[in-house]
Design a protein around this ligand. Structure first.
Ligand code: MN
Length: 720
């Protein structure tokens, strides 16, 4: 049924002051007149389109200028209306919004038309990236332009059937590649999933139908199931005296599809995806979120690895919620999302949620402003950048958040995967630059070569004039120098090409160093045999060319050689292992102050209102006073991690901050230092004797080689 002006006014009058709602009506009349006689491809009067767009935005309660802008968004483009007219009647703010949208629309038309000729049906066509850029530029000026554009796209997707098939595909592809991720990035989940499902339906008709069948096959079963779970949750939250708004529905098609893809990639059977249902519980405060989680987990068994606490760790777009998947009645898994009403608002409306507060005088949200200013900065830095395509790629990667992009000293953008280091960057620029890399500056400051790069960093590579060639350490994944496969391949190739004699020589240095560090006395032939190499030279070549690393050898060497004392676990220190709640680690727990449970005691958990789960002894008296049985939850002691101690001697030139740098390495490895003793020697050297509690031989070997890289350290040896 077609929407009417009355629908829009009803929505806007609910939250806008009367005089502003009146301006909305005026804008509608203006647009109606301007579009008079125009018809959409679907056959309906043109005014229907801006009206629907305005309605979508009124549903998320945006300010009056945005609603008016939405009503007028096509009048400059399609009607004999002058910008001056708009400004005079509706003000400069509205005019700017309409002009912003018009700019984007023009661009969009260009791209869809150009693409029709060359589009191969697969990847996103080239020009789409350019349109994305324009969108971002516009957003940097005013995010409301983007909100109108997203609503515009959403309505166009809803009516896409009126277009010829080929055009439908191009527009759907663009929607899925650019607009849906943008909605999600801005946190407007409410637009995001609709755009995804509509585009998915066009692009993957087969899969869409399949999911549709999957869901339809069991419609009545599904409804019973949802009803049953909702009722149970209602009852249990009522008993716990928690005010909760509970709903359930099948998941969105595209999210089911993505899960199918993931399953397929892992070689799992996608017919085994059962959690087609999602339930949502909205409560008043954070304490209630965790209480409800406890309730859910006590009702149904949680599926390991499916719990996410986005309340403690919000997503970048400010999304907060608890997610868990549990095994429901009839072995039917389902997902439950638990959050407060405020979090829900952010989840549905994202940036828009923050925006609409402005009219109410709440002021901007700090993190939101931060995000916007970041985008703005990004765009300013790059306005003269000639490599538009590359730039877009890098912006796009920010929307797909597993990428970072950084700048060369000349201001060119380079895109790298998240976690990439200066070495990755160097290899990305040029192979020789990678090989020669000896140091790096980020934003003008010297940094370690394993520092992860962050968005917007300017990276300068320092090259050695005398030394040539990469370091074997770079190939050691545990040391984290290199993240990209590209860089790793180039480093490997370099070592492969190097003369065998050189590899053998370097292998010998490495092996001797490792044997000395680990304090193992054994002939080379013995080592080769022990490690399964035909000859010493083969072993040394493998080491020297990076085909294997000392880190891989250390556990074997330590386990099988006699002279060195084996690493032994100490007697149980009584340190408390983590508590698992219903089989899940990492839940917020604390030990009861009333009964002080010790590892091994029979224990039981109690879901508190404010602070997660409290763990009591089963025999605890205070537990008997806690009458609400439904808030009890099964807990167990996790597997204790017993540290392996090793004595280490570090010989170094004495310098200020030496011990600090050593402990930084150790704490980054998360190991305890049980004892430290320093002995000063003549000629300015010092020997630090430490006992470190490692998790085993591999970590020990890694720590030894990392310690040897600390400035002024001469050698590091395991002494016992
Ligand atoms: Mn439009």
């Amino acid at each position: 049924m077609a929407a009417t002006l009355a629908d829009l006014l009803e929505k806007t009058e609910a939250y806008l002051p009367t005089e502003k709602a009146a301006r909305v009506e005026e804008a509608y009349r203006f647009a109606e007149q301007a579009h008079d006689g125009q018809v959409r491809k679907s056959g309906s009067p043109y005014i229907q389109h801006p009206l629907e767009v305005a309605l979508l935005l009124a549903e998320i309660r945006l300010d009056s200028h945005t609603i008016i802008g939405a009503l007028l968004h096509d009048v400059l483009e399609d009607c004999p209306v002058a910008p001056g007219d708009l400004e005079q009647r509706f003000g400069l703010d509205v005019l700017k919004l309409v002009e912003g949208v018009t700019k984007l629309t023009k661009l969009e038309d260009q791209t869809t038309q150009t693409d029709l000729g060359s589009w191969d049906g697969g990847k996103a066509p080239l020009l789409h990236a350019a349109s994305l850029r324009k969108m971002l530029v516009a957003m940097a000026e005013d995010v409301r332009v983007i909100l109108i554009k997203l609503a515009d796209r959403l309505h166009n997707m809803r009516t896409i059937r009126a277009l010829p098939p080929r055009k439908r595909l191009v527009i759907s592809r663009e929607t899925l590649d650019v607009y849906a991720p943008l909605s999600n990035r801005l946190g407007i989940g409410n637009f995001g999933w609709q755009l995804e499902d509509l585009a998915f339906r066009c692009l993957h008709q087969e899969e869409y139908r399949e999911i549709s069948r999957l869901l339809a096959a069991s419609r009545s079963h599904r409804e019973t199931f949802i009803h049953q779970v909702v009722q149970t949750l209602r009852k249990e939250t009522r008993v716990a005296r928690i005010k909760a708004d509970i709903s359930g529905r099948p998941k969105h098609f595209y999210s089911i599809y993505q899960k199918m893809q993931r399953y397929a990639a892992q070689g799992r059977d996608f017919h085994k995806i059962y959690d087609l249902f999602g339930f949502r519980v909205l409560v008043d405060d954070i304490a209630d979120c965790y209480s409800v989680l406890g309730t859910v987990h006590s009702l149904w068994r949680p599926i390991p690895g499916e719990f996410d606490d986005y309340i403690a760790n919000p997503r970048e777009n400010m999304y907060q919620s608890l997610h868990t998947v549990v095994m429901g009645p009839g072995s039917q898994p389902f997902e439950v999302q638990i959050r407060t009403s405020r979090m829900h608002e952010v989840a549905e409306y994202g940036v828009a949620a923050h925006f609409r507060y402005k009219e109410g005088g709440h002021g901007g949200d700090h993190r939101f402003d931060e995000q916007m200013s970041w985008m703005r900065q990004l765009l300013e830095w790059n306005q003269d950048e000639p490599g538009t395509e590359q730039f877009i790629e890098s912006v796009k990667t920010d929307i797909f958040p597993d990428q970072v992009f950084v700048y060369t000293p000349k201001g060119q953008v380079r895109e790298l995967p998240m976690g990439a280091t200066p070495i990755d960057f160097a290899y990305r620029i040029h192979t020789e630059l990678g090989h020669g890399c000896r140091g790096a500056k980020i934003n003008g400051k010297l940094v370690a070569l394993d520092s992860p790069l962050r968005n917007g960093d300017t990276v300068e590579i320092l090259v050695s004039k005398t030394e040539k060639g990469p370091s074997l350490d770079w190939l050691n994944a545990d040391l984290g120098f290199v993240k990209t496969a590209n860089a790793r391949d180039k480093i490997r190739a370099w070592f492969r090409r190097r003369a065998r004699a050189e590899n053998i020589a370097q292998g010998r240095v490495l092996l001797e160093k490792e044997l000395r560090r680990l304090h193992i006395g054994i002939a080379d032939e013995g080592v080769a045999a022990l490690l399964g190499y035909d000859s010493t030279d083969d072993l040394l070549t493998a080491l020297g060319s990076g085909a294997t690393s000392t880190l891989q050898l250390a556990p074997k060497l330590l386990a099988d050689t006699v002279p060195a004392p084996p690493l032994e676990a100490p007697p149980d220190t009584g340190a408390l292992p983590a508590v698992m709640v219903n089989g899940m680690p990492n839940m917020l727990t604390r030990l009861g102050q009333c009964c002080h449970p010790l590892a091994g005691d029979p224990i039981v958990g109690f879901v508190t209102r404010a602070r997660g789960v409290t763990v009591h002894r089963e025999s605890c008296r205070s537990l008997h006073h806690l009458t609400e049985a439904e808030r009890r939850i099964a807990v167990s002691w996790g597997v204790p991690t017993r540290p392996y101690p090793a004595k280490v001697a570090i010989e170094a030139w004495d310098r200020l901050g030496l011990l600090r740098d050593i402990t930084t390495v150790l704490s980054s490895e998360n190991v305890n230092i049980a004892a430290v003793r320093s002995t000063h020697h003549k000629r300015g050297t010092v020997v630090e004797l430490l006992t470190v509690e490692t998790s085993g031989a591999t970590q020990l070997s890694r720590i030894l080689s990392r310690l040897e890289q600390v400035k002024a350290v001469i050698r590091v040896t395991r002494t016992g």
